[in-house]
Structure formats: structure tokens, C-alpha cells
Design a protein around this ligand. Structure first.
Ligand SMILES: C[S@@+](CC[C@H](N)C(=O)[O-])C[C@H]1O[C@@H](n2cnc3c(N)ncnc32)[C@H](O)[C@@H]1O
Length: 289
């Protein structure tokens, strides 16, 4: 579905809409998480508690990305209202696809992209868990602000690495705890050598730790996990990425690398295993290929 292929979500021809018409279209899709100026003085979330967000955040790490992305393909996972997809288009990206699991955010993204003249950005309702269905790899995958909302965060990273990451990954997660990185030895013995005492690695502040949030965090029940810095870094490596830059504590620019232990089999098999279901010989039942 193309960005312009959503009749009914907003009036056509918003490039020519008056500020009042644009404000009404914005209001119909409120509330907005991303505050963008769609026309002079017309903002999507004028009372946003972080102000010009996410532009102020992006300004802090924008230099870590290539200045030009001419012709590059981009997948923005959890694209929300399209801020990063639009920014990549501004850098000259070719095919840009934004996916999100929330139709209202996708409608916002289409309105913002069409209004700003980037109607060729494609948006689809697709969960990160289903990226195998895309069947293509992208030069740049953006995975910002989604990991900690997922119940299965490492699975998501594994799936991105296995199915859609072609070269670069721009990753961001909310983090809590130590910003130190303690690198444990390659193998952890059960006990301190020569004793029955547990090893001390796990007590290190900088040991990779994922904090599980059973109830709500900042009033939001969709915040499930808060890794510390060492855990974010370790998960990225474990999924098969090298970290090329960490322009700020929560933001990582990574490149596709080998997947550790890949010789033992694929890290993420879902849902590719289902895609590969083949009828077993002499049976109507599906069987794993
Ligand atoms: C905190 S917002 C981050 C938006 C944007 N990436 C940013 O950094 O500003 C999280 C976004 O992830 C989307 N999301 C949550 N779970 C998802 C899933 N399983 N697959 C795809 N998108 C998801 C939400 O709908 C929301 O738009």
C-alpha cells in the first residue's frame, strides 16, 4: 500500500490545505507522540511535554548517520508518525518503508508524509515479529524506541538480523541502571574456583542486566523491559551486530555481523519456520521443512 493509497484517512490534496484544515486533520488523529511542523506554525503536538520532539533528540545523534543516503533502502520499524522515515527521505533515501502495529500512528505517518511532500514513503501495519513476511533486506533498518515495549525483545532483534537487516541498524532503547560495561569471561563457572560459593560476576553493576517491569513504568503498561547499557550492547552482539558508534547512551549505530553460535542453528526460527511449512509426503498435514 502506498502512502497516498489510503483514501478516507484524510482529505486529499493536503499540500494545498489551509492551516485550519490541516489543524483539523491533525486533531482527528490525535494524540500524537511525535511533534512535527507540517506547515508554518502548524504542529502535530503543540503541547508536547518534550517540545520539538523527536527533532531535539535526533539532533543529538544525527551526525552518526551518513549525511547522504542517496538511493539507499530504509525500513523504519515502529515508525509511529513517520519522523525518522521522513528524515531519511530528506537525506536522499530511495525506497523507504515504515511499519507499525498501530493503525492510528500509521494514519498520522501518512498525513505527515503527504503534507510534507514525501508521499512516496510506504507505510504498512506489520509487527516487528512478522518482518520475515517482507522478504527483503534494507540498507538501513531503524529500530528506535520499540525494544522495551516488546515482551520478547531478543526475538525481535534476532528476527531483524535474520530477515531484514542488510547493512546498518540504528537502534535505541530506554535503559536503566549502570552505564558501565562489565565484560564477563567467555565462560562462567558455577562456583568460584575451588569453592562452592557463587561467582561474583552477576553482582557487578555493569554485568549485562535486563530489568523486567511487571506492572507499569511511567504510567505505561507497555514498558516491559529496561536493559542497562551492557545488556543493550550484549544483546546487539548476540543478535549478530557490531556496534560502530554509540552517539549517546541510548542510541547505537550497528552493522550486520556474524551471528554467534550460528553453526548450532538459526537463532530465530519464528515465523520463517511457519513460512517454510511443507506438506509431508503422503500427508495433508504440514511439516517443518
Ligand atoms: C515509543 S514509540 C517510538 C516511535 C519512534 N520509533 C521513535 O523513536 O520516535 C513505539 C512505537 O512502536 C510501535 N510498536 C509497538 N509494538 C510494536 C510491534 N510489535 N511491531 C511494530 N511496532 C510496534 C508503537 O505503535 C509505537 O509507534
Amino acid at each position: 500500500m502506498s502512502a497516498g493509497g489510503s483514501p478516507g484517512l484524510h482529505p486529499a490534496g493536503l499540500l494545498e490545505a489551509s492551516p485550519q484544515e490541516l489543524r483539523e486533520a491533525i486533531g482527528q488523529l490525535a494524540p500524537w507522540f511525535q511533534n512535527m511542523e507540517l506547515a508554518p506554525g502548524v504542529w502535530t503536538a503543540p503541547d508536547h511535554f518534550l517540545g520539538d520532539y523527536p527533532a531535539v533528540k535526533f539532533a543529538r545523534f544525527a551526525d552518526a548517520l551518513p549525511v547522504r543516503l542517496d538511493g539507499a533502502s530504509v525500513l523504519d520499524i515502529g515508525c509511529n508518525a513517520g519522523f525518522y522515515a521522513i528524515e531519511m527521505k530528506r537525506r536522499g533515501a530511495g525506497r523507504v518503508l515504515g511499519i507499525d502495529s498501530d493503525d492510528r500512528y500509521l494514519a498520522q505517518a501518512r498525513l505527515a508524509s503527504d503534507t510534507l511532500g514525501y508521499g512516496d514513503i510506504e507505510y504498512r501495519n506489520l509487527s516487528v515479529y512478522d518482518v520475515a513476511l517482507l522478504g527483503e533486506r534494507f540498507d538501513l533498518v531503524i529500530f528506535m524506541g520499540v525494544l522495551y515495549h516488546l515482551r520478547h525483545p531478543l526475538l525481535a532483534l534476532d528476527l531483524i538480523r535474520e530477515h531484514v537487516a542488510g547493512d546498518l541498524l540504528l537502534f535505541q532503547t530506554m535503559q536503566q541502571g549502570s552505564e558501565d560495561e562489565f565484560l564477563p569471561p567467555e565462560d562462567h563457572p558455577f562456583h568460584k574456583p575451588g569453592t562452592f560459593d557463587p561467582p561474583e560476576y552477576f553482582a557487578e553493576e555493569g554485568y549485562p542486566k535486563m530489568h523486567f517491569i511487571e506492572q507499569r513504568f511511567a504510567g505505561d503498561w507497555t514498558n516491559w523491559w529496561a536493559p542497562n547499557v551492557a545488556c543493550s550492547r550484549a544483546m546487539l552482539r548476540a543478535a549478530g551486530f557490531t556496534i560502530e558508534a554509540q552517539p549517546e547512551a541510548e542510541v547505537y549505530l550497528c552493522r550486520v555481523a556474524g551471528v554467534p553460535y550460528a553453526s548450532h542453528g538459526p537463532a530465530a526460527v519464528y515465523p520463517a519456520s511457519r513460512l517454510q511449512m511443507q506438506p509431508a509426503a503422503g500427508s495433508d498435514e504440514g511439516a517443518l521443512a
